[in-house]
Design a protein around this ligand. Structure first.
Ligand code: PGA
Length: 253
């Protein structure tokens, strides 16, 4: 295994409270342990907005960053009851933001809206974690490549700063189901997505591309065989510090 940088990004969804600040220390310890062994890693916790200020103020570790899970598509301030803009989220301490998650797409997000969210988050100097992926129906209809191509083309554009973009391939059929892709199919998808992003953003360097969907401490080792994977977006298992730590340990050992 090379010493490439690997992202371990937790997506807590609508769970969590301030008592979980304790888990940060454990995550920092495991991150440092592997860094000393030249295994470069970065941990990001994408938590509910209500916890961001508290967590970012009480997080003293550089190895760990705090992120949000969505924002309103309009920038700055406005009459949008119940919403928060990217710049408001940035101001309370977030450095990252998940956009285009399939659960947000179910709640009304579409490629056009996600494009606006990406732009406003980049303008607010957040690093975006842009989720793409096909549903089970689309997979069965062999539309995986066309669906993700459309999602990428309709939401990204050449003006976006590639250094602030992480793409998360999350097949919808894998999220929270315990089902993970076949590794040789996944490798093909990763090669395809990387090629597409290079074309859209007109960049030569490979973009950061991570995998998400039912990642756990038991299956993580399988993914380490795919060199194109730059990290993981972890939902359910990231809420337990022990499981999160075991994912990192088992990835490297
Ligand atoms: P999961 O969720 O790990 O629980 O499948 C991943 C996600 O929704 O980002």
């Amino acid at each position: 295994m090379t010493n490439k940088l690997v992202y371990f990004i937790g997506n807590w969804k609508m769970f969590g409270d301030i008592s979980q600040i304790k888990s940060i220390k454990l995550l920092h310890q495991v991150s440092s342990k592997f860094k000393k062994k030249r295994k470069r890693n970065k941990i990001v916790l994408c938590i509910p907005n209500s916890l961001i200020n508290f967590f970012s103020k009480n997080n003293k570790y550089k190895s760990i960053s705090i992120g949000a899970q969505n924002c309103h598509h309009k920038e700055g301030y406005g009459a949008f009851t119940g919403s928060e803009s990217a710049s408001m989220i940035k101001k309370v301490g977030a450095e990252y933001i998940i956009l285009g998650h399939s659960e947000s797409r179910l709640d009304g997000d579409n490629n056009k809206k996600i494009k606006m969210k990406i732009q406003s988050a980049l303008n607010a100097n957040l690093t975006i974690i842009f989720c793409i992926g096909e549903t089970l129906k689309e997979k069965r209809a062999k539309k995986t490549f066309s669906v993700i191509k459309k999602q990428l083309r309709e939401s990204l554009n050449i003006k976006n700063n590639p250094r602030k973009i992480i793409i998360a391939y999350e097949p919808v059929w894998s999220i929270g189901t315990g089902n993970i892709p076949n590794m040789s199919e996944l490798k093909k998808i990763f090669i395809f997505v990387k090629r597409e992003i290079k074309k859209i953003l007109k960049i030569k360097k490979s973009p950061i591309l991570i995998y998400g969907g039912s990642v756990n401490d038991k299956n993580i080792a399988k993914f380490s065989s795919i060199s194109e994977i730059n990290g993981f977006l972890i939902g359910g298992a990231s809420r337990s510090p022990k499981k999160f730590v075991d994912i990192i340990k088992n990835y490297y050992t």
